[in-house]
Write a protein that binds this ligand. Structure first.
Ligand code: ADP
Ligand code: MG
Ligand code: MG
Length: 924
């Protein structure tokens, strides 16, 4: 049988249904579903041409597949029969709309044409038949305008200019005030202008009009606006077949004051409240509501003006929600008091609304908890947790530049250009926004006090971005429009901003605004608590088999946190442990920094040990507080990781002299040290456990500080579970040796303190070699933690600090589908993780596995970690709620897969969802 290209709907039945979104587009599929039983809603009849035709259309170089024309003719005849009117009939013309709609809604991105079928004669027929001359001419002028603009590319403004001219003559403001003569005059002028623009008369043949409109809709799939929209929304080209085209009988909201058109939501899309809301316009058609030419009225007004229609709409709202089990966004038109439904879809909503609706709908037994958990996009949760720009204030604000949206939230403050200034100004009680070319570890203190961070270079994994996310500080980075003029001035698009001027950034969108835009603090609602509680339940109960055949139970979320404040945030946001505590971040504060620097420049081991002894009590205090803040949950402390030269920076002579003075040494001696520490490629240099192979006393001091802090807590009766993690492992011998040294230190502390402390000692897996010898490493490691930043870096051979130069080209040309530092690559680092899982657990069946790279906060990467068989993911504290949800979604989707495979067609799957929804899981 030839492919069916056209699907009919109307007269209480339809060929398609809601399960056919891929073929009929969301709009076409829902029109069919609404038209047929059991909903049987008042939908004007019509037919939908499938997205397959769109796909063919482009394959064939903008031509239609064979047989399409005949099939359209057949369904047009059916439509004419249903309506008792004919397209192009001069006495009683059938008018249609030609509408676009893809499987995923792309609001306003593609084209729609109304009132098609009118010409110079049919307009007279329509006037006579309806006895409403004004209406007929209004419809005709709208049609010429839409067809000219949308199908034939005539500039919209040229039409508007004509209307304005006519309105001006009589001094009227609103379109509905135009009288018949004026409308006739507009039509006349439109046609003249059209001929001038296109070099031919406005088409009078309704069939020609229809095919012109169908071609325009298919063509709109590839218009720049639609392409851009897909790019922005991460819809890959080729992921969808294209747009469908629905041709349906017109109903008229512009037939006077008992007619109108509107849009409504079954619940409030911005708060999620279960209230019916919407807007409508009397005596209007289609685009008038959204176009903003006239101010629409609230739905509550319709209740007063036409209670019958309002009641009917309320009933439809209930039925559609019960049917779709979700909030509906609906378009309707009233023609002389009779209501028609023209569209419904699951409505878009804010993060707060998404959570509230999901929780409410479970209580209403409309959906199950699992369905509720799939309703909220993990990224949407960010909106609930961070301060945000006030929406009304944004409308009035002046946007001056845009960079990468690196860390969400809104930040507003006086601009400063160095970290020291930030600290100083903040101390004086000012709110500051730190603006830098890029940030370095030296800037931490300034970053910590800033309301937001703006950098002119660097990507989403740049230092500024990573640290900002960790702190939950809003950050816009790589904003190349910001240039630094002098120490006190930046220039943005030719305009100067001085130190102390106010700027505002929105880290969620990457936008930068002039002046102070009002910021609203975050609130954590009770619904969010409930909702994330369900996510925790799902993950806790989960179990799966890994590729290596191991059964793994549960899937936890830990946080990366380096300070007691981080640990408190992590705990507050629901982390079940600290997956990565970077000890080096503790050294950025004084007096630790000086002590640490002295240790680095030590002349010999003796000297080094003496300096290390000074640091020990300071680190011990930090560890004590972090472990305490986590209330008995595991805390994974990583021993020193970065190369030592990061701590001794002396670029200028002045800096060198100042540092030498601080460290109590001769500048020449310090200069020699700096030179000795210099490395060509420090990230692959003397760092991580390589430091402990050459200077074992460094890790021994750290282990001692950890053991003593734990011993103190132990004696105080405070719960603790501390794990020691060795970074940059490439050989099992490193782990064997460092472990031996650590255990000796721990034994000493136990002896001295009278404790019996045991620490899990584990290895990071950050390089391909480590994964490949995971069985050997596992003999000496109690756990693995995947450092996927370095693992991605070394698997791809991409430097994280330099890949910004080419990654956009790689993504645009689709050489790579995803940024490997944003989304864990399953074929590279992911495959190595699978090897490490299998090899590691072949030695230790219950080897505990986690991830502590930036990917631990990315939903797609979290799903991959679940599949590989990790016991937990660890991410920055502010992403913990997101990871709790994304992890639960990974579990639900993994469990749903086998069922979907069994189901042969789309229909049973849809049915299954309905039955599941009828019987929600028992409340907890
Ligand atoms: P979009 O995808 O941009 O919302 P639509 O195809 O939904 O475009 O059309 C926009 C509006 O045009 C609809 O909301 C409706 O008001 C009006 N419209 C479309 N088809 C018809 C029709 N057959 N009768 C009356 N109005 C229609
Ligand atoms: Mg619409
Ligand atoms: Mg690393």
């Amino acid at each position: 049988m030839a492919t069916k290209y056209v699907y009919f709907f109307g007269n209480g039945d339809a060929d398609g249904d809601e399960s056919m979104r891929a073929e009929l587009g969301g709009k076409g599929a829902n029109l069919a579903q609404m038209a047929k039983k059991p909903l049987s809603l008042p939908v004007p009849p019509g037919f939908t041409i499938t997205t397959d035709v769109c796909q063919e259309f482009y394959k064939l170089g903008r031509k239609y597949p064979a047989g399409l024309e005949a099939e359209v003719d057949k369904y047009l005849a059916k439509l004419e029969k249903a309506m008792g009117k004919k397209l192009g009939d001069e006495k009683d013309p059938l008018l249609v709309s030609v509408r676009s709609g893809a499987a995923i809604s792309m609001p306003g991105m593609m084209d729609t044409i109304l009132n098609l079928g009118l010409n110079d004669k049919a307009v007279l027929g329509l006037a006579a038949k309806t006895g409403n001359e004004r209406f007929a001419w209004d419809a005709y002028r709208r049609f010429i305008q839409m067809y000219g603009d949308v199908a034939m590319g005539v500039d919209h403004d040229k039409f508007e200019a004509i209307i304005e001219k006519v309105k001006k003559i009589r001094g009227i403001k609103d379109d509905p005030e135009l009288n018949v003569d004026e409308l006739k005059k507009i039509v006349e002028e439109y046609k003249k202008m059209y001929k001038k623009e296109k070099g031919e008369d406005f088409p009078q043949d309704a069939k020609v009009q229809m095919w012109g409109a169908i071609g325009a809709v298919f063509g709109s799939w590839m218009n720049p606006r639609a392409i851009k929209y897909r790019k922005l929304n991460n819809i890959k080209e080729g992921a969808l077949k294209g747009t469908a085209v629905s041709v349906m009988a017109m109903v008229f909201g512009n037939k006077g004051n008992t007619s109108g058109t509107g849009v409504c939501f079954s619940r409030d899309p911005s708060t999620g409240e279960n209230v019916f809301m919407g807007e409508y316009l009397m005596n209007a058609q289609g685009e008038d509501v959204v176009a903003g030419i006239r101010t629409p009225q609230k739905l509550s007004q319709l209740q007063k003006e036409n209670p019958k229609v309002y009641d009917q709409l309320c009933k439809i709202r209930d039925r559609l929600e019960k049917h779709y089990h979700d909030m509906q966004d609906m378009e309707f038109t009233v023609e002389e008091g009779k209501l028609y439904m023209l569209q419904c879809r699951n409505g878009k909503r804010t993060g707060a609304a998404a959570v509230k609706m999901a929780v409410d709908m479970v209580a209403e037994k409309l959906i199950t908890k699992e369905q509720a958990l799939l309703r909220v996009e993990p990224e949407q949760l960010n909106q609930l947790l961070l301060p945000q720009l006030d929406k009304d204030a944004v409308k009035k604000a002046t946007e001056i530049a845009a960079g990468l949206n690196a860390s969400p939230g809104a930040g507003c403050g006086q601009i400063v250009f160095t970290a020291d200034e930030a600290v100083e100004w903040a101390k004086a009680g000012k709110k500051v926004l730190l603006v830098r070319k890029e940030t370095s570890p030296d800037d931490i203190a300034g970053m910590a006090v800033a309301q937001g961070i703006l950098t002119s270079t660097g990507g989403r994994t740049s230092h500024a971005a990573v640290v900002a996310r960790g702190m939950g500080t809003p950050c816009v980075c790589g904003c190349s429009e910001v240039t630094f003029k002098d120490a006190n001035t930046i220039v943005v698009k030719g305009k100067s901003y001085k130190k102390g001027d106010f700027l505002t950034i929105d880290g969620a969108t990457g936008k930068v605004y002039e002046g102070q835009v009002a910021v609203k603090p975050a609130t954590i609602s009770g619904d969010l608590e409930t909702f994330l509680g369900w996510a925790d339940e799902v993950r806790a109960k989960s179990t799966r088999k890994t590729a290596s055949g191991q059964t793994v139970k549960g899937f936890d979320v830990y946080a990366n946190g380096d300070t007691p404040k981080n640990a408190e945030d992590a705990f507050r946001f629901g982390a079940k442990g600290i997956g990565l505590c970077r000890t080096e971040h503790m050294f950025f504060d004084e007096p630790k920094l000086t002590a640490f620097q002295k240790m680095i420049v030590s002349e010999n081991t003796e000297d080094r040990k003496k300096n290390l002894a000074k640091i020990l009590p300071l680190q011990q205090k930090d560890f004590y507080e972090i472990i305490k803040a986590m209330k008995g949950y595991p805390v994974t402390i990583r021993l020193l990781d970065p190369p030592l030269n990061e701590f001794i920076q002396a670029e200028s002579k002045d800096q060198l002299n100042a540092l030498a003075k601080k460290l109590d040494m001769k500048p020449a001696a310090l200069a020699a040290k700096v030179a000795a520490l210099d490395e060509h490629n420090p990230m692959l240099g003397h760092r991580g456990c390589r430091l402990a192979i050459t200077y074992p006393e460094i890790y021994e001091m750290q282990v001692e500080a950890i053991a003593r802090a734990t011993a103190k807590l132990d004696k105080e009766g405070v719960a603790h579970e501390v794990q020691i993690m060795i970074p940059n492992v490439v050989s099992y011998r490193e782990v064997e040796q460092i472990r031996g040294q650590a255990e000796a230190v721990i034994a000493n502390v136990n002896k001295e303190c009278g404790t019996n402390l045991k620490f899990a000692i584990g290895s990071m897996v950050e390089f391909p070699r480590t994964a490949l010898i995971a069985d050997k490493v596992a003999k000496f490691a109690d756990f693995f933690s995947f450092g996927t930043n370095d693992l991605s870096q070394t698997t791809f051979g991409f430097s994280r600090d330099d890949y910004g130069k080419f990654i956009e080209s790689y993504l645009d040309q689709r050489i790579l589908e995803d940024d490997p530092f944003a989304t864990l690559d399953p074929d590279g680092p992911g495959a190595l993780m699978e090897i490490a899982e299998a090899k590691g657990r072949s030695v230790k069946k219950n080897l505990h596995l986690g991830i502590c790279g930036e990917h631990g906060g990315d939903p797609a990467s979290i799903a991959l970690c679940y599949k590989i068989g990790l016991n937990y993911v660890s991410c920055s504290p502010f992403r913990v709620p997101l990871a709790r949800l994304a992890g639960a979604q990974a579990v639900i989707k993994a469990n749903a897969k086998p069922a979907a495979k069994k189901a042969p067609a789309k229909k049973p799957a849809a049915k299954k969802a309905t039955t599941a929804a009828k019987k929600p899981a028992a409340k907890k």
